[in-house]
Design a binder for this molecule. Structure first.
Ligand code: FMN
Length: 378
């Protein structure tokens, strides 16, 4: 391991369930297909946890046929993504992000595990039945995303009572800064009560007191540089989840136009939209969001029946989120919705996953596995 900086010390490894992460960084799942096999394998290879977002994964795949057999297509597309990620990074840790709010949540969890996912990270609702869906794969790490201590306590108690197991870690996502759907209603997004400064110490104290520190706390939202990581570790977190930081990497699975929108973003370009999921979402200002704010018509025909409860499908209001996220991922920013965290404007150039890990860790990364296609690196 080559030391690159005399001032930045290597980050401490983190054990979550059966797994030890050489570097305590989880890459946050980014749907639709912003984090698929390329980004996830690169992060796993670099010593973190790579995360494939499972939502509507089939939309850009050969399996998708105008909504016909959408759920079956998602299963096939997810199996492909996991296989490809594993081919590129044979020994890296690869997980999936499965949202409770999507109709095929159970199928996405089961398919992930049947195809070798080692971590399941699950939010957008309380993943109360997650251990049941994962029962055949007891070694996989199950990690709920929460926005409060209350939610963490509820999940841990329910899992213990019904399934005799605990979450392998709890991931707190700060609605003040995180990207995508936010775990707080509009008036509470910027509330101090949901801030990581408040909730991380509460969660860390709860884990220590109730479970002898057995449940590591992971902090997500607004983490960009080593200073941010050190700050949340000092508050009691054992690791971080980062998403926005990985968007302008060569390995990120979105189109170059999607990444360029971040490099061009300016102060004031991060907005809050109302998603058909009934939650606020943080996004980059774009022709699409400007149309939404002006109250102009946007494409609102349900594209994929992806959500369990959807204002677009069920009440013909708002817009089709699967279509909007898919179009952005393909580079169509006129009609596409670009999710982002508050750090969007910090992107100034393209980079690589390796470069980010080396900057954050202060030394060359301890690679886990061989990048079979030679695609990973700076
Ligand atoms: C483009 C984008 C898409 C996202 N999609 C999902 C998703 O599908 N499921 C999910 O649980 N979180 C999603 N998130 C949230 C991230 O996984 C992550 O927790 C959050 O953005 C962390 O904050 P950061 O972006 O400031 O690092 C998304 C975030 C972004 C930026």
């Amino acid at each position: 391991m080559t030391v690159l900086s005399s001032t930045v010390k290597p980050l401490p490894p983190l054990t979550i369930g059966e797994f030890t992460l050489p570097i305590p960084i989880i890459q946050g799942g980014m749907g639709v297909r912003v984090s698929a096999h390329r980004l996830a394998s690169a992060v796993g290879y670099a010593g973190g946890v790579g995360g494939i977002a499972t939502v509507a994964l089939s939309l850009a795949s050969k399996y998708y046929n105008k909504g016909k057999d959408y759920y079956k297509a998602n299963i096939k597309a997810l199996a492909d993504e996991l296989r490809l990620a594993r081919e590129i990074s044979p020994r890296g840790i690869i997980g999936t992000n499965c949202m409770v709010a999507i109709r095929d949540f159970e199928a996405m969890v089961r398919t992930s595990l049947e195809n070798g996912a080692q971590f399941i990270i699950s939010g957008a609702g309380l993943p109360l039945r997650l251990p049941e869906f994962a029962a055949a794969n007891p070694k996989a790490a199950l990690i709920p995303i929460v926005s409060s201590l209350r939610a963490a306590v509820l999940i841990a108690k329910r899992w213990h009572k019904l399934y005799k197991r605990l979450p392998d870690a709890i991931l707190f996502e700060d609605p003040n800064t995180a990207g995508g759907h936010l775990g707080a209603d509009r008036p509470s997004i910027f509330s101090e009560a949901f801030s990581l400064e408040r909730v991380i110490p509460e969660l860390a104290q709860w884990s220590r007191k109730e479970y002898g520190d057995e449940i590591p706390i992971i902090s997500a939202g607004g983490i960009w540089d080593r200073g941010d990581i050190d700050r949340v570790l000092a508050l009691g977190a054992k690791g971080v989840q980062m998403a926005t930081r990985f968007i302008c990497t060569h390995e990120c699975d979105a189109a170059q136009a999607f990444k360029d929108a971040f490099i061009q973003a300016k102060e004031g370009d991060v907005v809050i939209i109302d998603s058909p999921a009934g939650l606020p979402g943080r996004a980059l200002s774009s022709p699409f969001t400007r149309k939404l704010f002006r109250g102009e018509d946007v494409d609102a025909k349900c594209f994929a029946t992806c959500l369990s409860a959807c204002l677009c499908r069920d009440q013909e209001s708002t817009f089709c989120i699967a279509r909007a996220l898919h179009q952005a991922q393909q580079g169509d920013l006129e009609n596409g919705l670009v999710f982002t965290g508050t750090n969007a404007t910090r992107h100034t150039r393209m980079t690589s996953v390796r470069e980010i890990f080396e900057e954050l860790n202060g030394c060359t990364i301890p690679p886990t596995g061989t990048p079979a296609d030679g695609s990973i690196g700076g």
